[in-house]
Each structure stands twice: as C-alpha cells, then as structure tokens.
Design a protein around this ligand. Structure first.
Ligand SMILES: Cc1cc2nc3c(=O)[nH]c(=O)nc-3n(C[C@H](O)[C@H](O)[C@H](O)COP(=O)(O)OP(=O)(O)OC[C@H]3O[C@@H](n4cnc5c(N)ncnc54)[C@H](O)[C@@H]3O)c2cc1C
Length: 596
C-alpha cells in the first residue's frame, strides 16, 4: 500500500489490534515509530495534521549540544546532545551541516559570579552579561563533552581587531568573540518525513503512518481516529480563505482544537496494547481525550523571522551570531541559503493553538539586532516569512522559563478498569536528541510488550543520507549521475542538496518532461514535484509548499507558484477543480498569515 493510498489504509486499519499507537508525528513520535518498527513491533503513527507540522516545524534549526544548558548544570543533557549532534552529522549529512557559531563579548570577566551562582543553584540577583572568560570556560567543557565521534573543529577566541575584521557590522563596544561549532538542519520537515518513510518501508507492513488522522477519543478498549481529509465527506479543508485577517488568524490557530468540525468524516477504531502520547505541546489535551487530567506541559512560545537582507547576510560571514540580549536572553542570526534567520522569543503560553508570531515579537527581534549591529537598517519589508511554535517544556510552576530543563522524560499512566492500555507521555526534549528520546520510549514499550531489542539506530543513516558523501564533496557523485541520467550537473547538485542520495527523485526528474523547471520557481522541477506528490504522503497543497519544499520558508511561494504547484498536485492526486481551487485558496491564505 503506498503512502498516498489513504482510503485503503484507513479501511485496513479499522477494527484492527496493534501493539502500539503513537499519537503525534512530530520528530519524537516519528523517532519512536522508527525504533519500534525496526524491532518488529506493530505500530500505528497518526497525526491530526501533516508530518512535522507542530513544534518540530518551528525550531531555530540548530542541531546543538546546548551550550547555555551548562550553566544550569545539565551535563547529562549536553553530553547526550553533543553525541547526537555528531551522529546526525554522520547519519544525515544531506540535511545536517556544520555551522560556525560566534559569540560576541563586551567584557572579559562579566557574568562570572552570576553564572557560578546560577550553576550552584544559589540566588544570583541581577544577571550580568556573560564575558569572554566565563564563556571560554564553558566552551572548554562543551568541546570535551562533544569529543566522541567529533567531526568539527574545537573553539577559538579572538580579540577586538580580529573580531571586527571578520564581522565589520558588529557594535564597536564588542571587545572579543569566540567561535565554536554546532550544526544546522537545513530542512527539519524533510528529515522527520524521511524517518517515517524509512520506518514504513523497512517494517514490511508492521508499521503504518497516517497524516491528517486525529485521535478524537476512546470507546472502551478502542481508540477513535478521524480522517481529517475524507473526500467522501463534505470537503472541510480549513476554510481560512474568507473573513478578515484576524478571523483567518483565529481559525488557523484553532486548527488543533476544534471538537468535532468534521461531522460525516470517516472514523476508524483500533485496539492498542499501549498508547504513546507524542503530541508535544498538545500532550495535556490528548491525555484529556483519554480522561487523564494531568498538567505535564508548560509551553513556551518562540518565533523566528526569515529576512531577505543581502547586507546582513554578507555581514554574518557564514557564521551564526549567538548573542546575549539586554534582558539576559540568547538570540541568534545566521545565513540560511540566501536569506537570514533571526530568532527567537521565549514567551510562556498556555494554549499551543494560540501560537502566532505577534508584532511585539518582531519589534523585540529588530531591537536586539539593532543593538548588536547598529549600522544595519532592518525594516518589516525585509521579512519574507515568519513562524512560531511552542516548546513542549515540562510544567515547572513559577520557575523562570529560561531555567526550565530542556531534557526529556516519560510519564506513564497505568491501565485502569475503564482503559485497558497504559499511556506513556513523551515530555520535553529537543530536535537534536530525537534519536535518544525515541530509543528510551521504544525501550519502555518493548519492555511492556515483553519483547527484546534486536536493532539499534546509533549508526543508521536516514533517508537520503544513505550513500551521501560525509565530507560533503558532491563533485564525483554529481558527475556520475549527470552522465548516467543525462541531466545537467546543476540539476543533479540541486537535487542532491534537497533530497540527498534518494536516486528515485533523480529518476523521476530524468523521465519525460521531468526536468522542465517550474515557470514560477525555476529552481524546482516538474518531475520533482510530481515525485513528492506520488511518494511523500502529500494530502494538502500546503504540505508541498510549506514542508516538502522550502518555498514558503524562503519567501518564494507567490500566487503563481501556488497556482502552478496546485495544478501539478491536482493532476497527480486526482483532485477535481473544486478541490484544487480550495486547496489553492487555503494555501494562499496561510501564506498571507506567515509571509512578510
Ligand atoms: C521556538 C522553538 C525553537 C526551538 N529550537 C530548537 C533547536 O534549535 N534545536 C533543537 O534541538 N530543538 C529546538 N526546539 C525544540 C524542538 O523543536 C521540540 O522539542 C520538538 O520539535 C518537539 O517535538 P515533538 O514531536 O515532541 O512535538 P510536535 O512536533 O509538536 O509533534 C506533536 C504532534 O502531535 C500532533 N497532535 C496533536 N494533537 C493530536 C491528536 N489529537 N491526534 C493526533 N495528533 C495530534 C500535532 O499535530 C503535532 O504534529 C525548538 C522549539 C521551538 C518551539
């Protein structure tokens, strides 16, 4: 059954029994799915929306050890994160790349005492900005913790002259800087999907994944799942096209929260032996569907901006600037393609459906950039895309949000008279540590199912990372594929950057008409978009524009692009003109909310 065969999948699953139901196909659900399918467990993975469309689509895109967590004494987390970072550089080199990160300083000794007090969990009063010495100490520990499978250089410290030579846009008050290496994930949405695709393929049918399949409740031993895109029911694809922009924004926010908006849609029932609640910021809401009233999540909203700003792009010199703000937070700016990513805010939020990038957050990010780079003029007109998401942090009462642990944990609700299965909630975690978290969750499930682990994922390449040169040198593979498929080296290089060594995409592009560039976005090819529609569980047009490609992120998804891709998707997915028009309208409405 192909990933696109939704109807057949729903039919085959109805009234079935499975070992594990995973609710939520963000990175942690997808990772747990891969661990369990690899070990022969029958698993159903469902998400109420698309794969990787929740918190996992909203990160700063860093695969990092978490330098700042050292100050909170979280050595275990930093050690795990740096190891996982190093592994991802090896297992997913097509999407995870080294990133030089530079911290600018305006003092040598600032923050020594407050950082030490914070580390010792003593009252630290007013924070002072961290100076060169305290960060240098932290970086020595950071390098040491990340020594296993090290793939990148250790840190360096520069004085004033060298710093300003390298970053001429920096404020003159900067007296030194330190550069260390972490990693950047270019397309998190694709990596998450690749995990799901790998897992399904390798499971030989014991693992099934469904996007747009919402868990809506429990009936006895069965869990009820609703198909959010049932062509048999009245088509109710998020009708965000009408109304004022504020109405549309509200509707969009409520997409995870409407009780029963899809009357008449197909529902199926499955009987699991164990439920894994991997709903990230929605964990408490999903638990309530099972009658569990626990507060596990204390969400924190973070927003990012993508800027089209060539001067700023050039001034970053290929580095991430990781800088402390006046309110003692850490913000970042780095080049991503020919754009600049700027982030992030950290605002307590109760309802993840309310997460939007608000104008005050834009002002905040502009303000902190202006203090760091005073000569650069940054205007709202430079914003081509903005996104926001909620960190699924553990609920910690009144503790300052910056001090809440970014570590992961699992809470289990044991079965009771009404509910014969246990529910394990996956709380917290970072993108970087998804493999380790999925491994722990899978071990818990294997233990409860009385199964033994037979396979591990430490060294398992992901998706297009299989066969991708680890040193990133694509010249010989490009020449070889270009010759065998009669495609230009530029086309091959682009496909390798986006899809790694997934040669099926290259074949699709080399088929008749496949190499024709989209007239509205020539970097993308007709055969490539067709391939994504056929093989990557595209159910809505926005899946293609926001997650299967980087068109939305890069601010390149204008009306013409949406119309052209909408026509290709309609032809491949069999949408009639009514459905196509609604998909196009919804996609444009969503872009209007998130662009500029
Ligand atoms: C602003 C921000 C910046 C971050 N930066 C970084 C970073 O740079 N590096 C890093 O390592 N980490 C970062 N993180 C953390 C990381 O992104 C998250 O911890 C991680 O993505 C959480 O993944 P998840 O799978 O637990 O949750 P999600 O990705 O939110 O997945 C949960 C899924 O559950 C689904 N769901 C909800 N209700 C239901 C239901 N009823 N039925 C079915 N499905 C349902 C949702 O649709 C959603 O897709 C950042 C997070 C944020 C928000």
């Amino acid at each position: 059954m192909s990933m696109n065969d939704r109807a057949a999948r729903f039919d085959a699953l109805d009234q079935s029994s499975i070992d594990v139901l995973i609710v939520g196909a963000g990175i942690n659900g997808a990772s747990t799915f891969r661990e369990l399918t690899l070990n022969g467990v029958s698993v159903l993975l469902v998400d109420s929306g698309d794969y990787c469309a929740g918190a996992s689509a909203a990160p700063s895109r860093l695969i990092h050890g978490g330098l700042k967590y050292l100050e909170n004494g979280e050595f275990r987390l930093v050690a795990e994160s740096t190891h996982e970072r190093n592994r991802l550089l090896l297992n997913a080199p097509h999407l995870v790349k080294p990133l030089p990160c530079t911290v600018p300083f305006d003092s040598w000794f600032g923050g020594l005492f407050s950082s030490a007090f914070r580390f010792l969990r003593l009252p630290h009063g007013q924070f002072r900005k961290r100076g060169t010495v305290i960060v240098k100490l932290g970086l020595m520990i950071y390098d040491w913790l990340g020594r296993k499978q090290r793939a990148m250089p250790v840190h360096t410290v520069r004085g004033r002259t060298q710093t300003h030579d390298l970053f001429p846009l920096l404020d003159p008050s900067v007296i030194a800087s330190a550069t260390y290496y972490d990693a950047l994930i270019t397309q998190p949405e694709r990596l998450c999907l690749e995990l799901v695709i790998d897992a399904e393929r390798d499971s030989h049918s014991t693992g099934v994944a469904l996007n747009y399949a919402r868990v809506i409740g429990r009936e006895g031993e069965q869990v009820v799942i609703r198909d959010e895109i049932d062509p048999g029911a009245e088509f109710q694809c998020e009708s965000v096209a009408g109304g004022t922009s504020r109405d549309r924004s509200r509707q969009e926010r409520r997409r995870h929260d409407r009780p029963h908006p899809g009357q008449g849609k197909r529902e199926i029932r499955v009987t699991p032996r164990l439920v894994i609640n991997a709903a990230g910021p929605w964990i408490d809401k999903v638990n309530r569907l099972f009658g569990i009233d626990q507060r596990y999540i204390g969400g924190s909203k973070g927003s990012h901006l993508i800027l089209d700003h060539p001067e700023l792009h050039a001034g970053l010199n290929g580095h991430m600037l990781y800088f402390e703000t006046g309110d003692n937070r850490l913000c970042l700016a780095y080049p991503i393609g020919d754009r600049v990513l700027v982030g992030t805010t950290d605002i307590r939020i109760d309802d993840p459906d309310d997460a939007r990038c608000e104008p005050e957050e834009v002002d905040y990010l502009f303000d902190v950039l202006a203090k760091l780079l005073p000569g650069v003029s940054i205007e709202p007109a430079h914003i081509v895309y903005r996104y926001s998401g909620v960190r699924p942090l553990p609920y910690a009462g009144d503790v300052g949000i910056g001090s809440v642990s970014r570590d992961h944990s699992i809470e289990v609700e044991e079965p009771n008279d009404e509910r014969p299965f246990a529910i394990a909630s996956l709380i917290g975690g970072k993108w970087t540590t998804f493999r380790a978290f999925g491994e722990v969750a899978a071990d818990l499930a294997l233990d409860r199912l009385r199964r033994t682990r037979t396979r591990h994922t430490h060294d398992l390449a992901i998706g297009g990372g299989r066969g991708f040169p680890r040193d990133g040198d694509l010249s010989s593979i490009t020449a070889q594929l270009s010759a065998t498929h009669e495609l230009s080296p530029d086309i091959i290089a682009n496909l390798l950057q986006r899809h790694g060594c997934n040669l099926a995409v290259v074949e699709a592009v080399s088929a008749k008409g496949g190499a024709t560039p989209l007239s509205s976005a020539p970097a993308f090819l007709t055969g490539e978009i067709r391939y994504l529609c056929r093989h990557e569980a595209v159910a809505r047009l926005e899946d293609l524009v926001f997650r299967r490609t980087t068109l939305a992120l890069e601010g390149r998804a204008g009306d013409a692009v949406v119309n052209e891709i909408g026509a290709i998707a309609a032809a491949i997915l069999g949408w009639d003109s009514d459905r196509r028009d609604r998909e196009v309208a919804n996609c444009k409405a969503r872009l209007a909310l998130d662009s500029g």
